[in-house]
Design a protein around this ligand. Structure first.
Ligand SMILES: [Zn+2]
Length: 427
């Protein structure tokens, strides 16, 4: 937050204590009426629902006939619309990318990204690494009734210690920063780099647990999934992409209720720019995509290089394995946390999450399962208690759609408005 902004906020807080909050101001009482509400719980959708919001949080949600709208509340009519909880991306990244360049972390970029996510209905982003001070600050200042961009949670740096001692020291550092989770990579990038040794990730996980922190693990191989789960890993941050998941790994995930985050769009981004994707002409995508980036991705030389890239072709094959594994794990009752790994160059925030939902449906999940994974389950998996469903005492983060997402998950693209803490986000 800039200094003038902070002064303005301080002034408005002083003001708020002196005079009653007018209904129309952020944080005042609002009543959203007439929509069909899918609240994200197992409850059947509520027709002609009323959602009452005060101070950015839901006070009541239910059929219009049974919810009393307080006198003086601002009324927002949503007749004929469909309301879902704001989407939760359990694996994203913010602040680092400008065009096709990475390593450009800044407060402005963090806010830009959080606004982009919000425009597409992704109202919470759990960043799994490369977070700096501005990201922590954004997280620490977001529990306010005036919020109108996505909520952010942060992992701090991705840890890459070389010894068990260093592992414990680095965990201590991210704990001191008050990161929300510890992130590590256990991968050899298709055989091109050394993989973190078991004694190192064991030390990371052990030390994190001693400090009451969870560990999210980037991985690729089934055998690594088993090994890190055996060591106590708390969150599987990508699909298993080398082999079909078996009963052993399903049992390990189940036993400790560990969530699995498919990031199917991450795979797509590794090979899709071998030609110009059809969605490059979708107005919904173009609304927030950087024109210069698109020009670069359309360059014939770049597309040919991707087409001839061995790793691109291996990740393309990996996506097919990932799709089958997602369906198998979902059928087995494993909790799936919708996540995309967006944020790095050419992984477009917001739009990719909407495509991820469609990919999950294509993999065999029902729209209801996909929606649960992208709202309640993603929130539960990341231990977020005040988002993910539309219930009393949760933040009023929701998406207003023109069509029913339970009939067709692609209807999540038909966004009429996005509300965060009851405030309309910029489209
Ligand atoms: Zn990532």
């Amino acid at each position: 937050m800039t200094l003038p902004c902070r002064i303005a906020l301080a002034a408005s807080l002083v003001f708020a204590t002196l005079i009653p909050v007018p209904a129309q101001s952020p944080g005042g009482v609002k009543a959203f009426t007439g929509a069909r509400v899918i609240d994200g719980t197992d409850r059947t959708p509520i027709d002609n629902a009323t959602i009452v919001v005060r101070g950015g949080k839901i006070v009541a949600v239910g059929p219009g006939a049974s919810v009393t709208v307080p006198a003086g509340a601002e009324r927002i009519a949503l007749t004929g619309k469909h309301v879902i909880p704001g989407l939760v991306n359990a694996h994203g990244h913010v602040g680092n990318t400008v065009g096709m360049e990475q390593g450009k972390y800044s407060a402005d970029n963090v806010l830009r990204d959080l606004r982009t996510y919000a425009a597409y209905g992704v109202t919470t982003v759990y960043s799994l690494g490369d977070d700096q001070e501005a990201g922590f600050k954004a997280r620490d200042t977001q529990n306010v009734p005036t919020l109108d961009r996505s909520r952010l949670y942060v992992a701090g740096p991705v840890l890459a210690p070389k010894t068990p001692d260093e592992a414990r020291k680095q965990v201590g550092e991210v704990a001191a920063m008050k990161a929300d989770i510890v992130k590590i990579r256990v991968d050899d990038n298709l055989g091109s780099t050394p993989k973190m040794a078991p004694e190192i990730y064991k030390a990371v996980i052990d030390e994190a647990h001693k400090k009451n922190m969870r560990v999210a693990v980037h991985l690729f191989y089934l055998e690594d999934a088993k090994a890190v789960l055996d060591a106590g890993a708390d969150f599987i941050a990508h699909s298993v992409r080398d082999a079909e998941v078996d009963d052993a790994v399903i049992g390990m995930l189940k036993r400790r209720d560990v969530c699995y985050c498919p990031t199917l769009m991450r795979e797509v981004s590794t090979f899709v720019y071998e030609s110009t994707p059809a969605w490059f002409s979708d107005p919904l995508f173009l609304k927030h995509a950087d024109a210069k980036t698109l020009e670069q991705l359309k360059e014939p030389a770049r597309q040919t290089a991707m087409k001839n890239s061995r790793s691109a072709q291996r990740y393309k094959a990996g996506l097919e394995v990932a799709n089958r594994n997602l369906k198998k794990l979902s059928d087995a009752g494993i909790k799936i946390a919708m996540g995309t790994d967006t944020g790095p160059p050419a992984r477009f925030q917001g739009y990719f999450e909407l495509m991820e939902l469609e990919m999950m449906a294509k993999a065999g999940l029902t729209p209801k399962q996909v929606l649960a994974s992208a709202t309640r389950d993603a929130a539960r998996c990341q231990k977020l208690n005040d988002v993910g469903t539309l219930e009393a005492n949760k933040w009023a983060d929701f998406v207003v759609l023109d069509a029913d997402p339970l009939a067709n998950i692609s209807n999540t693209r038909k966004i009429s408005a996005v509300y965060i803490a009851g405030n309309k986000a910029a489209q």
